[in-house]
Write a protein that binds this ligand. Structure first.
Ligand SMILES: NC(=O)c1ccc[n+]([C@@H]2O[C@H](COP(=O)([O-])OP(=O)(O)OC[C@H]3O[C@@H](n4cnc5c(N)ncnc54)[C@H](O)[C@@H]3O)[C@@H](O)[C@H]2O)c1
Ligand SMILES: [Zn+2]
Ligand SMILES: [Zn+2]
Length: 346
C-alpha cells in the first residue's frame, strides 16, 4: 500500500510500504476512506517531535472501514464504518479508568503517527480497537466525522469545558486557527454573551466571524485588552483560551482574564512562558492545561448526527491521496491558501 512516510526533519514521501497486519488480538485494520493533516504533523516535519523516527507513517485522524479484527476484538466488526481518533485507549489503566485516555499508561495515548504508524495511508493498524474507535451513525458524512478525530474534542474539552464557559460569559479566544475556531464553535453551546477572537491574520478573523465570534481583534492594529474591558465593565474576560502555543499569547490570556476567571491553555508550547504572579496572585484565577482525552467524542458525535454542530465547515480543500504532497503544501501555506483543514480520500 501507499503511505505518507516521515524521513527526518523536512523529509517526507508518499511511498510504497508493507500492508499493516494484526499484531495483537485487540488490533483492527482499517481501510482509510478520509484522512486529514494536523498542525502537529507540521511540527513533526520541522523536527520538533524527536520521538517520531525515520520511517514512521504520519497521521492521527481518519475515517475508515474495518477490514480485519484480532480475535480479542468484541465491539468492532469487519465492514463497520469507524472514526479513528488521535487518542488510543487501552481501556484498563489507571488513567483510562477515569476517562483521561490521553494519559493512558497501557500503551495508548497519542501514539498514531507518533510512536506507531499512523493514518496517512491506505490502511492503518488501530491498537485497542474496541476502546479507540467510534462507530459512525448513518446519515453523517466522512468529512463531518473526520473533524472529531482531533480538533472537535480538543477545542471542546481543553478550551470550552476546561474553561468552564457559562451562559452570559465573555470568552476570548487567542488564536483562530482550526483549534481556536473549534473552541469558538463549542463555546456557543453554552450561550456566552460575547466571543472575542484575537488573531494576527485577517483571514483567520474572517473565519472566526463565520464560526460565531461576534467581536474580532487584530493585535497589530487594536488593543485586545481595551476591547475586552469595554465589553465587560472594565473587568476582563470570564474565560480566556490560549490557542496559539507561544509565550506572548499565554501571557496575553492571563492579562485579559477577569478576577475569578479561567485561562484555558490549549496551545502546545515549545518555550517557557512567564507566569506574572506579581499581578495574578490577588486575582483568584484558575489556569488549566491539557492534552485532549477524547472523552467528549460520543457527545460530539451525537451533536453532529443531529446537525447541532457542523464540523464539515472546516474543510477548505480536497485531494486524492495520490496528491498528499500537494495537500501538505497547501495546508502549510495557510496564510496564502486560506486553508483550515484539507481532506484526502482514496
Ligand atoms: N492541547 C492539545 O491537546 C492540542 C491538540 C491539538 C493542537 N494543539 C495546539 O493548539 C494550537 C493551535 O492549533 P492550530 O492547528 O489551530 O494552529 P494554527 O497554527 O493553525 O493556528 C494558530 C493561529 O494563531 C495565530 N497567531 C499566531 N501568533 C499570534 C499572536 N501573537 N496573537 C494572536 N494570534 C496569533 C495564527 O495567525 C494562527 O491563525 C497549536 O499550538 C497546536 O499545537 C493542542
Ligand atoms: Zn492533531
Ligand atoms: Zn490506558
Amino acid at each position: 500500500m501507499k503511505a505518507l512516510v516521515y524521513h527526518g526533519p523536512g523529509q517526507k514521501a508518499w511511498e510504497e510500504v508493507p500492508d499493516p497486519t494484526v499484531q495483537a488480538d485487540t488490533d483492527a485494520i482499517v481501510r482509510v476512506d478520509a484522512v486529514t493533516i494536523c498542525g502537529t504533523d507540521l511540527h513533526i516535519l520541522k523536527g520538533d517531535v524527536p520521538a517520531v523516527t525515520d520511517g514512521r507513517t504520519l497521521g492521527h485522524e481518519a475515517v475508515g472501514t474495518v477490514t480485519e479484527v484480532g480475535a480479542g476484538v468484541k465491539n468492532v466488526a469487519v465492514g463497520d464504518r469507524v472514526l479513528v481518533s488521535c487518542i488510543t485507549a487501552c481501556g484498563s489503566c489507571r488513567f483510562c479508568r477515569e476517562g483521561s485516555y490521553g494519559q493512558c499508561l497501557g500503551g495508548g495515548g497519542w501514539i498514531l503517527g507518533h510512536l506507531v504508524d499512523g493514518t496517512q495511508a491506505e490502511y492503518v493498524r488501530v491498537p485497542f480497537a474496541d476502546t479507540s474507535t467510534f462507530k459512525i451513525p448513518d446519515g453523517v458524512s466522512d468529512e463531518e466525522v473526520l473533524m472529531l478525530a482531533d480538533i472537535g474534542p480538543t477545542g471542546y474539552e481543553v478550551g470550552v469545558l476546561n474553561g468552564r464557559v457559562s451562559p452570559g460569559d465573555t470568552v476570548v479566544v487567542v488564536g483562530a486557527g482550526p483549534i481556536g475556531l473549534s473552541v469558538i464553535m463549542g463555546a456557543q453551546l453554552f450561550s456566552p454573551a460575547h466571543i472575542v477572537a484575537v488573531d494576527l491574520a485577517d483571514s483567520r478573523l474572517e473565519a472566526a466571524k463565520q464560526f460565531g465570534a461576534d467581536v474580532t481583534v487584530n493585535p497589530s492594529r487594536d488593543d485586545a485588552g481595551e476591547v475586552v474591558r469595554a465589553l465587560t465593565d472594565g473587568l476582563g474576560a470570564d474565560v480566556a483560551v490560549e490557542a496559539v502555543g507561544i509565550p506572548e499569547s499565554f501571557e496575553q490570556c492571563t492579562a485579559l482574564v477577569r478576577p475569578g476567571g479561567t485561562v484555558a491553555n490549549v496551545g502546545v508550547h515549545g518555550a517557557p512562558a512567564t507566569l506574572h504572579l506579581e499581578d495574578l496572585w490577588i486575582k483568584n484565577v484558575t489556569i488549566t492545561t491539557g492534552l485532549v482525552d477524547t472523552y467528549s467524542t460520543p457527545t460530539l458525535l451525537k451533536l453532529v448526527a443531529r446537525h447541532q454542530i457542523d464540523l464539515g465547515r472546516f474543510v477548505t480543500h480536497r485531494f486524492p491521496m495520490s496528491s498528499f504532497l500537494e495537500a501538505y503544501d497547501v495546508f502549510s501555506a495557510a496564510s496564502e491558501t486560506r486553508a483550515l483543514k484539507v481532506v484526502l480520500t482514496r
